[in-house]
Write a protein that binds this ligand. Sequence first.
Ligand SMILES: Cc1cc2nc3c(=O)[nH]c(=O)nc-3n(C[C@H](O)[C@H](O)[C@H](O)COP(=O)(O)O)c2cc1C
Length: 173
Amino acid sequence: MQSNEIIKCILSRTSVRRFTQAPVSPVQIDTILHAAMSAPTGVNRQPWEYYVIQNKEILKKLAAALPYAKMVANAPVAILVCGDTSRFLDGEDSTLWVQDLSASSENILLAAHALGLGGVWTCIYPHADRMEAAREILSIPNSLVPFNLIPIGQPMTEGNPMKKYTSAKIHTI
Ligand SMILES: Cc1cc2nc3c(=O)[nH]c(=O)nc-3n(C[C@H](O)[C@H](O)[C@H](O)COP(=O)(O)O)c2cc1C
């Protein structure tokens, strides 16, 4: 396998759920959002919007309301990735926005890691109760679908990526 800085970044990313109190700078957040919006999307719809949340009280409310996102309370910032229904495709392609937002979310996680930060995808969509909770706490309009919430911060400890590569999963024709 060949390696360069980007490949090393991808291979060493791991979910980070414990953060120091070190702030995430506006330039770092801007870089992460540029990465988020660089993802590929079906028919180039870019069906996304992002809430950048740094308000401690709001972060605590989200952590309390979302069952698997308790670490959000201790993160300096969290990004809520939302689907913009006005940009969803029709017919058989109507759920492609999920793939689009997933690609954007992975870019967020990789960009954070590349900057020496860490984050974790916490699941909102397709759980109706979690979508409703996020919508209420952040006054999100009905035209947007809360998709996931990604807390980001300086990792408390060094990451230890899982070994996932399995040659048996590859079918070479
Ligand atoms: C669709 C999806 C939903 C996830 N939901 C949560 C979640 O709600 N809370 C959480 O702590 N981690 C969540 N994760 C993170 C996974 O647990 C994590 O990616 C997986 O265990 C592999 O670990 P790694 O990211 O360190 O490689 C989610 C990841 C994905 C892709």
